[in-house]
Design a protein around this ligand. Structure first.
Ligand code: PGA
Length: 234
């Protein structure tokens, strides 16, 4: 793993944006795995600047998002789909048909998850996967468990995740209790991974980097991936 300590959030966001930009410059038809959450907001702001000044283009990019709440329509203001529209998709030249998202309203969840994995495979696999990390070591919504999950699946969210993400909803009762997420296997199949974490996640980042590899702390599996960059500060 390559570990980059940034002096602050702004610098972390800029460095992460430059890494994504270099990926797109080297391979304009890249397949990106995208993440949501508080941490990547600055990164998307920096990417939009690079797209606006013509340094990069999303015209040939395909994107696959990591996760989505179960039971929320794409149009729901707190869906991750809405988050991506707001922070990135509406501001760059990505083609709508090249945006792929877990469907929180899928009627046949198993069939949807299989199709999502198939679509990633058909696109040639993820070239660069962006990740955040939870205090409990989750990546995507892969919560601590007894084994690592192989592929995209429906999960029950951990109480700590519900508590952390409830801030985005009117009340904790409105926060979904389930989500669809790429599996640990899906994430590990990405050719390259960029994990970003803000100051409050320092303990989680250090446990991921130096602790035992265990599904009880899912991000620890990244120690076994051969091309991971981690940018954090604090
Ligand atoms: P964040 O968390 O909202 O602090 O970026 C990301 C995560 O929990 O995966």
């Amino acid at each position: 793993m390559e570990i980059i300590r940034a002096p602050n959030y702004e610098d972390l966001s800029k460095k992460a944006a430059i890494i994504i930009a270099s990926q797109l410059i080297q391979k304009p038809q890249s397949v990106l795995g995208l993440a949501t959450g508080g941490t990547p907001e600055g990164l998307y702001m920096e990417i939009v600047k690079l797209a606006e000044n013509g340094t990069i283009s999303f015209a040939q990019v395909q994107s696959f998002n990591l996760d989505e709440y179960y039971g929320l329509a794409a149009s729901h203001p707190q869906s991750y789909h809405s988050y991506m529209q707001k922070h990135l998709f509406s501001k760059v030249d990505i083609k709508q048909e090249n945006i792929h998202f877990p469907d929180g309203m899928a009627s046949d969840m198993q069939m949807f998850c299989n199709c999502y994995e198939q679509a990633m495979g058909n696109a040639g696999g993820i070239d660069l996967q962006i990740l955040g990390i939870g205090h409990n070591g989750h990546i995507g919504f892969n919560e601590p468990a007894n084994c690592f999950s192989a592929s995209t699946h429906l999960v029950s969210l951990a109480e700590s995740t519900i508590a952390a993400n409830s801030r985005y909803f009117d009340s904790s009762a409105d926060m979904p209790r389930k989500a669809i997420t790429m599996g640990i296997g899906t994430i590990m199949r990405a050719k390259r991974i960029l994990l970003i974490a803000s100051a409050s996640k320092r303990a989680a980042v250090e446990r991921m980097l130096y602790g035992p590899v265990t599904p009880k702390f899912p991000a620890s599996i990244l120690q076994y991936h051969t091309n991971v960059q981690v940018i954090y500060y604090g």
